[in-house]
Design a protein around this ligand. Structure first.
Ligand code: PLP
Length: 477
């Protein structure tokens, strides 16, 4: 079943007409290219929370006008079109820019559960589909395409597939030449920020709090980093504008670690900042595949392709061990990245890239995501319920998306004591203190960042029961 990002206003009525307009727009803009497969009417109706008849009527209208084609056994696809406009012209001009993450030790063998964030459910990796795709690639791809030194920007087949996928699912505006294949978001960030430093587009603003994994690699580029506060609406753009930053790294779909979704007003303000200052927005889309019960939020890149570099990877949807990710960047930045790879490492391994392209071209990836989303939603629901039961004074944030929760501890509980007490009872958790800048850490509430993606429901329940006893010890007797 194909995935598709569409925005409609359910309060406004005329739902079929809205879907027709949104799909027409997506086809005209090139976001949905000729031949792209659409979700079934049942799936799209479920995604948009409308009745199936509304979607059936919209598809019928689009078929009648020749925008869509349906064939038995092949679903509904975008009809061939003689002329589709390309991506908008870039406005960020690279030439005009003035010129180790902590190790993650294995938990002890007596561990009840490891709730540190960042790990998806590795047992869900679609080994059969991956093997099939890789076997197909090894059997069919010509020697040169498979085994020669690669295009440093990545295998073209994958860049084509990613441009289509990200347009369809994240409302990105991308052609294959805007895409660079990298070894995950971390690698993409290192490469992009290295280019920013080379071209003088620094200092780099980072969200406060932020991911402890990103900071060492950002520092290793030599960039000066400026922390900018995050509040209940996401990054404080007015505070950003008061800094000398020329670039900013954000996690707008699900802020890491607080889970806040960047509000529409802040999204607009951030893009206005980029346009007004010539600044670059680095959009870390690290867990965007997983949204559960909130309106879909398209990526910022699709709203301002000339000012935003989108970074994503398969680390949450497939496995972090694949080390496979992408950047979508304005042409001058994409060209700089390609040259960077040519200069530094000659590009990435082709067979895995071609296998992933096959998954994206068929419906295997979309089907896998649907299965995962159901599984993670069930784990999220169980975790939220069991937290309410055993940590009743805690405030839970970031529930609507992703694979982790941000849990503020009840007042008066010392974060380090809770982390140590839980570890002593076999529950490995991460505190949030180290994610805040030194200036804000003292006033930040004591909190835990609880990852649930890789933890089965029964283990989550045991772990939180233990955590509850650590946070609120029972009176003896
Ligand atoms: C916010 C955030 N972005 C990116 C990454 C790194 O992702 P990747 O595996 O794609 O390098 C992490 C790692 O957990 C993360 O927490």
């Amino acid at each position: 079943m194909a995935e598709l990002h569409l925005e409609i206003d359910r309060g406004r009525g005329g739902l079929s007409a809205q879907i027709v307009a949104a799909l027409r727009d997506a086809v005209r803009s090139g976001r949905l290219p000729a031949g792209a497969r659409l979700p079934s009417t049942r799936d799209l109706a479920a995604d948009l929370a409308v009745s199936r008849g509304v979607v059936v009527t919209a598809y019928e209208q689009l078929r009648a006008e020749g925008t869509l084609l349906s064939r038995r056994g092949d679903g509904t696809r975008v009809a061939p079109s003689p002329s589709l406009p390309g991506a908008p012209a870039p406005t960020a001009d690279l030439a005009a820019w003035p010129t180790a993450p902590p190790a993650r030790p294995d938990p002890p063998s007596s561990t009840v559960a490891d709730l540190r964030p960042g790990q998806p459910d590795l047992s869900a990796f679609p080994r059969g589909a991956w093997l099939g795709a890789l076997r197909g690639v090894l059997r069919e791809a010509p020697h040169g395409e498979l085994l020669a030194y690669p295009d440093p920007a990545g295998a073209r087949a994958l860049r084509v597939a990613l441009a289509g996928y990200l347009g369809r699912v994240r409302a990105a505006v991308a052609g294959p030449d805007d895409v660079t294949v990298v070894n995950g978001v971390a690698h993409g960030l290192s490469a992009v920020v290295t280019q920013l430093v080379r071209h003088g587009n620094v200092p780099l603003a980072v969200e406060d709090p932020t991911s402890e994994r990103q900071l060492p690699l950002l520092r290793a580029t030599g960039a000066e980093l400026i922390p900018v506060p995050v509040d209940g609406e996401g990054l404080d753009v007015a505070a950003l504008a008061a800094t000398p930053a020329r670039a900013v790294l954000v996690t707008p779909a699900h802020q890491y670690p607080t889970g806040v979704v960047l509000s529409p007003a802040r999204r607009a303000a951030l893009l206005a900042w980029a346009r007004d200052t010539g600044g670059i927005v680095l959009e870390d889309d690290y867990d965007a595949e997983f949204r559960y019960d909130r309106e879909p939020v398209g990526c910022l890149q699709g709203m301002a392709p000339g000012h935003v570099v989108l970074l994503g990877s398969v680390s949450k949807a497939l496995a972090p061990g694949l080390r496979l990710g992408w950047t979508v960047a304005p042409p001058p930045v994409a060209a700089a990245l390609r040259e960077h790879r040519a200069r530094t490492d000659l590009g990435g391994a082709t067979p895995d890239q071609l296998a992933f392209a096959r998954l994206l071209e068929g419906d295997a990836h979309d089907r896998h995501l649907r299965v995962l989303r159901r599984r993670y939603r069930a784990r999220r629901d169980a975790l939220v319920a069991v937290l309410a039961e055993h940590l009743p004074g805690a405030r839970v944030h970031g529930v609507s998306a992703g694979l982790h929760l941000y849990v503020e501890l009840p007042p008066g509980r010392a974060e380090a004591d809770v982390v140590a007490g839980a570890a002593a009872r076999g529950v490995v958790v991460s505190g949030a203190a180290e994610l805040w800048s030194p200036g804000r850490a003292a006033s930040a509430p004591a909190a835990l960042v609880l990852g649930y993606g890789g933890v089965p429901t029964s283990a989550l329940m045991n772990a939180v029961e233990i955590l509850g006893r650590v946070v609120t010890p029972r009176a003896p007797g």
